[in-house]
Design a protein around this ligand. Sequence first.
Ligand code: 6GU
Length: 282
Amino acid sequence: MRVDVVTIFPDYLAALDLSLVGKARRAGLLDLRVHDLRDWTSDRHRTVDDTPFGGGAGMVMRPDVWGRALDDVMGAGGGDGGPAAHLVVPTPSGEVFTQRHAEALAAEEHLVVACGRYEGIDARVVEHYRATGHRVSELSIGDYVLNGGEVAALVMIEAVGRLLPGVVGNPESLVEESHGAAGLLEYPVYTKPPAWEGLDVPDVLLSGHHARIERWRRDRALARTAQRRPDMVAALDPGALDRHDVDVLAGLGWVVDGGRLRRLEDGPEQGPGEGTSGTVAE
Ligand code: 6GU
């Protein structure tokens, strides 16, 4: 996969030399190039922004500078023989970036990430690239405000990069993790030593009883999800639950009702969660 990032702070992206993504780059699985937007300015001060039409606080990034930069790095929308680039614009006013977006973007051949600063990029930039046949995704990494798109670009590139074939050594580790297809948070994990600071690893995990371990993990995943992310429980497909799942969820105050999971208003308090009966509290 090829990824081009355009930013006024190329050094922000230096972290992508490290860890798994850095390894993927050195292995030739990810061709990542970082560009300085100011290389496409033409004035002495290398200006990238100006005051907003209509007034208001802050500065807006100029469409002409962005247009020159993106025309150079995007190619001709597939007409140049290369694949049409998918333009990703990190912005707090975008759709919230999820594992589903990461999966879809990991299937692309060429991503271009346009990092805005100040109050954002002139809205005609996104409009123009959509009108010229490019796919454009405006994506936020959550409900809080950052000073620019660079940290969000790091988040998205790491989330996408680890899904590329060959990047994560053991693809099995992509299967059960949180925000996978099961729609549940991951169960708690433990390693040696089995006793630490008076806290014991749950006996079942030392039992060697594979079916019981799997059931215990699923129960903990259900309990943890109910406690921390009721929105994810409400989005579960009841048809994907076995009888035991339904019982566990009932104990946590959730019932299947009209093909959906619904929290009982007067249900029991959310259970003790993790760390019950002499095992480990998180
Ligand atoms: Cl993508 N950009 C900025 N500036 N702030 C954000 C964000 C993006 N996602 C959440 N907050």
